[in-house]
Design a protein around this ligand. Structure first.
Ligand SMILES: [Zn+2]
Ligand SMILES: [Zn+2]
Length: 145
């Protein structure tokens, strides 16, 4: 066990209206320490902190924590869901078509201006999801020179 539990994490869960459990604290800390982790990787990380936790419990807790917007769920088409701790800044993602690597990229025109749709059709918009697809430097043919 590499428990480095931050008392603030439990407080944040409580603040978000969630019941505080050791599993939720461990999952939230695992997601924040990682970089766009899939559910299996998160389950592994949480088990290091906590001991056994079922995959079903991991799914349920991640669902609750992302619904409370403490973590964000990113789901590139054709890929499994990934979770990250960077929330509320409307950043976007670069996804490699070849290896599936995911990287963060700040909003293209700065300061969440992507939220200004050319026509919002009366919706009150709070998030814009942009996915840039291409090849990462490792998969790009130009890198093999
Ligand atoms: Zn790649
Ligand atoms: Zn991200």
């Amino acid at each position: 066990m590499t428990t480095s539990q931050n008392p603030g994490t439990a407080e944040e869960l409580r603040h978000a209206g969630l019941r505080v459990t050791a599993a939720r604290v461990a999952l939230l800390e695992t997601v924040r320490a990682g970089d766009h982790l899939g559910v299996e990787a998160i389950a592994c990380g949480a088990r290091d902190r906590l001991g056994h936790i079922s995959l079903q419990a991991v799914y349920e807790a991640l669902h609750a924590i992302s619904a409370a917007r403490l973590i964000r769920r990113v789901e590139p088409a054709g890929s499994r869901a990934l979770f990250e701790g960077r929330v509320g800044d409307n950043h976007h993602h670069l996804v490699c078509r070849s290896c599936g690597a995911v990287a963060d990229v700040d909003c293209a025109v700065g300061d969440a201006l992507c939220l200004t749709a050319s026509d919002d059709r009366g919706f009150s918009i709070d998030e814009a999801e942009v996915m840039y697809w291409g090849l990462c430097p490792d998969c790009s043919p130009a890198s093999s020179i």
